[in-house]
Design a protein around this ligand. Structure first.
Ligand code: KIV
Length: 269
């Protein structure tokens, strides 16, 4: 088989999940980093609404607008060559109506996203179905869903008790049945992350959800040691021991692929 890099596709991401080949994802918000991350072999670039905290200095993702997400998606898409690009639908861009959700998703796809991401389970399944029927691939996001941080009472681990775990299982199944083709799991016990990755037919990407997921995502500025203050336990600073930013990103990709990151003894709940 040729080792030449080809543009990532949904079909390949699904095959990676089925074959147990780990998927390396990072957040990315601009053209310079998009090119660097793509060159370093990152499979998926997430233009996350974490721009609210990372770039804009807010204390949550809640203030981020669809205009801002479209702008950053365009910046990333211009420089990217091979990676799969996910554009995050921000808070308030799919909550009011199905029509609003379609308009927001179209906006991000026309900005260069290959897929859109939305947070939450239950009511979102219908929106996922609607977008998928219109040819828009969707990544769902369960567990700690930062857009709902005020309703959740802070950035805390989700699905710890059996009732909460049961609800998460149900939401994950419903989203996959509605046509979501990827699922991000954030901040939950590693046993639950592993169970969902094993039971679902779609790639399950973890951030603080343990080593058993089909792949991992981190916020770029966290894994490069740029973010100040106390970081969650699931973050590793890949700049430690690296000779450059590109080297750190290559180390991240290698560690996700060979299963050495995350280490459930250190990074899991
Ligand atoms: O916006 C973001 O960066 C995210 C990740 C934390 C998964 O949604």
């Amino acid at each position: 088989m040729s080792s030449e890099r080809r543009p990532m596709t949904l079909h390949r991401l699904r095959a990676m999940h089925a074959d147990g080949e780990k998927i390396a994802m990072l957040t990315c918000y601009d053209a310079s980093f998009a090119r660097l991350l793509d060159d370093a072999g990152v499979d998926v670039l997430l233009v996350g609404d974490s721009i609210g905290m990372v770039l804009q200095g807010h204390d949550s993702t809640v203030p981020v607008s669809i205009d801002e997400m479209a702008y950053h998606t365009q910046c990333v898409a211009r420089a990217n060559r091979f990676a799969w690009i996910i554009g995050d639908l921000p808070f308030g861009s799919y909550h009011a109506s199905a029509d609003q959700a379609v308009r927001g998703a179209v906006r991000l796809m026309q900005s260069g996203a290959h897929m859109v991401k939305l947070e939450g389970g239950g009511w979102t399944a219908e929106i996922v179905r609607l977008l998928v029927e219109r040819g828009i691939p969707v990544c769902a996001h369960l567990g700690l869903t930062p857009q709902s941080v005020h309703a959740l009472g802070g950035y805390r681990v989700q699905g710890r008790d059996e009732v909460a775990a049961k609800t998460l299982r149900m939401h994950a199944r419903e989203l996959a049945e509605a046509g979501a083709s990827m699922l991000v799991l954030e901040l939950m016990p590693s046993a639950l992350g592993r169970e969902l990755a094993r039971s679902l037919p779609i790639p399950v990407i973890g951030i603080g959800a343990g080593a058993g997921c089909s792949g991992q995502v981190l916020v770029l500025h966290d894994m490069l040691g740029i973010t100040r203050g106390k970081l969650p336990r699931f973050v590793r600073n890949f700049m430690e021991g690296a000779s450059s930013i590109e080297d750190a990103v290559r180390r991240y990709v290698a560690a996700v692929k060979d299963g050495s990151f995350p280490d459930d003894a250190v990074h899991a709940y």
